[in-house]
Design a protein around this ligand. Structure first.
Ligand SMILES: *Cc1c(COP(=O)(O)O)cnc(C)c1O
Length: 367
């Protein structure tokens, strides 16, 4: 069996460190806030090369809190790629705005700049740039557009811990970057967790207040915020795992490069491309094929788990039927029928990667 994800295997590889960290938080009883959270926030800001990090409850809240902290006019239009997880647009609606879906690029699967620009009008106030699958968006182009049209930019980095754009880590390239520590992400907690990174001190301060009941001091509240905090146990686990993240991402890259070399040109498979100036975090390894269902069945028969990210483009979800979206997002719509995520992660051995390649090749009648 080649697993898509092996959380228990990962735990076993670092069990003594994790167990010690958890015991220490319990000993300190630093369950909310306190040293473990502050330490992780400092470490994660340094890792993502950002000045500030605010731990929050999850990656969806992180986007919503940043949007709230911007203080945009209610009902603003916020541009979101059509191919991403629903959280990217759900947070927009929850923050009191309207998501406007943009088509995605053929090569990187991230938001298409020309399509993005064509959807900007006087109600547009922000862009959610999703570094999908771990591949950075074309941030220079996005930031240039944002400057020209006075838009705020949130980088949704839920799949892109450790990714680089032109040598720089993603997250603090725009106004703020949001992260998820959902267990299956490249850096995952043992429950929900999230973070916001930014180089804007005031923005970081506003986010922190919003996430903690609008509090300035104990029982002194400047406004009504909400409760969305990273807890001490999760922070301590994340601090342990952060030390291993670069080696895990390196392993993901080795597998990704191996797949690229051996799956390119096999049947009708389209392998993902990495931009020259990008360092891919390979959260997901996504190919495209018109024979997806049959290939999944073939892989499954051979004990290889895979996934689909995502089978329905956001504008076509039932959740958005009420918006009556007739906009053309043709590439995203077609991708939804063709994308297939093969197993990738530090849990895969060289033999596993070989077996995945062999299985895909055998499906297409290639040795
Ligand atoms: C996982 C994910 C989120 C949401 O993160 P949660 O921590 O599950 O709330 C947001 N955006 C993208 C692209 C994601 O993959």
């Amino acid at each position: 069996m080649i697993k898509f994800l092996d959380l228990y295997g990962q735990y076993q590889s670092i069990a003594p460190e994790i167990d010690a960290a958890i015991s220490e938080v319990i000993r300190q009883s630093a369950f909310i806030g306190g040293a473990p959270v502050q330490t992780f926030e400092r470490e994660f800001a340094a890792y993502q090369e950002a000045e500030h990090c605010v731990g929050v409850g999850n990656g969806t809240d992180a986007i919503e809190i940043v949007l709230e902290a911007f203080g945009l006019p209610k009902g603003s239009e916020v541009l979101v790629p059509a191919n991403t997880f629903i959280a990217s647009s759900e947070a927009v609606t929850r923050a009191g705005h309207t998501p406007v879906f943009c088509d995605v690029e053929e090569d990187s699967y991230t938001i298409d700049i020309n399509d993005l620009e064509s959807r900007i009008n006087e109600k547009t106030h922000a862009i959610i740039a999703v570094h999908l699958y771990g591949h950075p968006c074309d941030m220079d182009a996005i930031l240039a557009l944002a400057r020209r049209h006075n838009l705020r930019v949130v980088e949704d980095c839920a799949q892109a811990h450790g990714a680089r754009y032109k040598g720089r880590r993603v997250g603090a390239l725009g106004d703020a970057g949001t992260f998820s520590f959902y267990p299956g992400k490249n850096l995952g907690a043992y429950g929900d967790g999230g973070a916001i990174v930014t180089n804007d001190k005031d923005l970081a301060g506003r986010c922190r207040m919003i996430a903690n009941h609008g509090r300035v001091d104990k029982y002194d509240h400047l406004f009504e915020g909400r409760n969305s905090r990273l807890d001490g146990l999760q922070a301590s686990i994340l601090s342990v795992k952060l030390k291993h993240l670069d080696s895990w991402i390196k392993r993901r890259n080795e597998i990704g490069v191996y797949y690229n070399e051996h799956l390119r040109g096999v049947g009708d498979v389209i392998t993902p491309r990495t931009a020259d100036d990008a360092f891919h975090a390979y959260h997901l390894y996504v190919v495209r094929t018109r024979q997806r269902a049959a290939l999944i069945a073939h892989l499954g028969k051979n004990g290889i788990q895979c996934g689909i990210h995502y089978p329905i483009a956001l504008p076509r979800l039932k959740a958005y039927a009420h918006l009556q979206i007739h906009q053309n997002t043709a590439r995203a719509d077609r991708m939804a029928t063709e994308v297939l995520s093969l197993p990738i992660g530090e849990h895969l051995t060289k033999e596993d990667a070989l077996a995945v390649v062999g299985c895909v090749r055998s499906f297409f009648g290639r040795a």
